[in-house]
Design a protein around this ligand. Structure first.
Ligand code: GLU
Length: 446
């Protein structure tokens, strides 16, 4: 069967199973586009069955979360955990609290997580969860009560050898602390059922920084492969959450110029590049839960309402906000302005249209499942430290993180290099699939 029709038939299979999940279709199609031609080259029909197997999660947990707000009124939200695949290890992946959370989003994130976790080389399965709860504007006490109600339901489905959630958008160290404390009360056990904990109670040093730092380490590898370096590179960063701010921090340390940060409302620009002192101010205010716009007003930084960062002239774009944030017209302006590399700090931040344009223009794209794998990788290291009851110092964590990002880069090159250029998306997809399919084959799944 020619590759095009095999991909179409796989897409139809997924769409028949889950007709309305468009973000999920996008994620499964992106993988199939690389993996199916690779499998057909060696007439590997079993591989295609494995890919179909992987498209269905093992289990979907969907529950009601009732909690009391500060006015003593009951509010009800929906909580979810999509346990995608545990071929490589216990289910592992973040929890997202956002009004945009639904099963479409969690299926796409859970599916991606299986491939990302496979790339880390650590024994981690894939999962994703969260709730359609928006923490913005809620008091600490409200967040605590919500987290308690959420974990009351989820606790029976997670544990150190079954499923180990962590944070994601809307779930940071505060939320993890509330959830971990409640898990401990319910079960009576202090165990590694959550990662992203503070080092004050069993978390790993460097976990908070890991996704952003890891994305920069991965970029360094890409640049070294192209006989280039980060020094003096003009970088546009989108977002102003954990990933974006730590990406910016590491970029400045590497003598790159950080020109932008952004949020839902617009973009802050720093024409001469952000310095560590200014970034520290932003970080402090963000920790006090101020919006980027408020911060810009306070310090007199330029803030452009309703603008994305992608109109700025840059060498490297770091998309660190959220899925499908970078659209075709944004890709066009990046290309017109001479951008050469796009690094996905977020999960699936590029639309299909943007990715096609980057491919046409020869712009290198580092996919999220490789570039942002540093976060879940350090979560894996946190589990190791918890099991051994032995915390590591920051130097050891950082060294392991650098090594993991280097190894992921090597895998991408191994499976993505053709005629002297590396297709990092293809390389990551095939490398991760091979890891998963080997285990699935040994299990006799197909
Ligand atoms: N939410 C992060 C991700 O997208 C981290 C997950 C984890 O540490 O389990 O990979």
């Amino acid at each position: 069967m020619p590759a095009d029709s095999a991909i179409r038939s796989f897409d139809d299979y997924v769409k028949t199973l889950y007709p309305d999940y468009d973000a999920f279709h996008q994620a499964t199609h992106d993988i199939a586009e690389d993996v199916i031609p690779y499998l057909l080259e060696s007439d590997d029909q079993e591989g295609i069955e494995i890919l179909k197997y992987l498209a269905q999660p093992d289990r979907v947990i969907d529950f009601r979360v009732d909690w009391r707000n500060d006015k003593n009124q009951t509010e009800t939200h929906r909580g979810f955990r999509v346990q995608y695949n545990n071929a490589l290890g216990p289910y592992k992946g973040g929890l997202r609290f956002s009004d945009s959370v639904d099963l479409n989003v969690l299926f796409f994130l859970g599916f991606e997580q299986c491939f990302k976790n496979a790339l880390t080389g650590l024994p981690l399965g894939g999962a994703k969860g969260g709730a359609n709860f928006n923490p913005h504007g809620r008091s600490d006490e409200e967040i605590r009560r919500f987290c308690q109600a959420f974990i009351t339901e989820l606790a029976r489905h997670i544990g150190p050898t079954t499923d180990i959630p962590a944070g994601d958008i809307g779930v940071g160290s505060r939320e993890i602390a509330f959830m971990f404390d409640h898990y401990k009360s319910i079960t009576g056990r202090f165990e590694s059922a959550l990662t992203g904990k503070s080092p004050a109670f069993g978390g790993s040093c460097g976990r908070q920084e890991a996704t952003g730092y890891g994305a920069v380490y991965f970029t360094k590898e890409i640049l070294a492969h192209h006989d280039d370096s980060l020094e003096g590179k003009r970088c546009c960063v989108s977002g102003s959450g954990n990933v974006a701010l730590h990406t910016a921090e590491k970029l400045i340390e590497q003598q790159a110029q950080v020109l932008t940060l952004s949020d839902r409302g617009g973009t802050a620009t720093f024409p001469d590049g952000l310095d560590q002192e200014t970034l520290a101010k932003v970080q402090r205010k963000k920790a006090q839960r101020q919006s980027l716009q408020e911060i810009c007003e306070k310090y007199d930084f330029e803030y452009h309402d309703e603008q994305k960062p992608w109109q700025q002239k840059c060498d490297i774009a770091f998309a660190c906000a959220t899925q499908n944030e970078l659209e075709k017209q944004d890709a066009q302006s990046l290309a017109d302005n001479g951008c050469r590399y796009v690094i996905e700090g977020a999960n699936m931040p590029n639309t299909d249209g943007a990715l096609k344009l980057f491919a046409e223009k020869g712009i290198v794209v580092a996919p999220g499942k490789a570039a942002n794998a540093g976060g879940v990788a350090v979560s894996g290291l946190e589990i190791s430290q918890n099991r051994a009851l032995m915390p590591w110092n920051i130097d050891r964590v950082d060294e392991e993180l650098r090594k993991i990002m280097k190894d992921i880069h090597k895998s991408c090159v191994k499976y993505g290099e053709q005629n002297g250029t590396v297709n990092y998306i293809k390389g990551a997809n095939i490398a991760a699939f091979k890891q998963l399919s080997e285990a699935m084959t040994l299990y006799g799944k197909v």
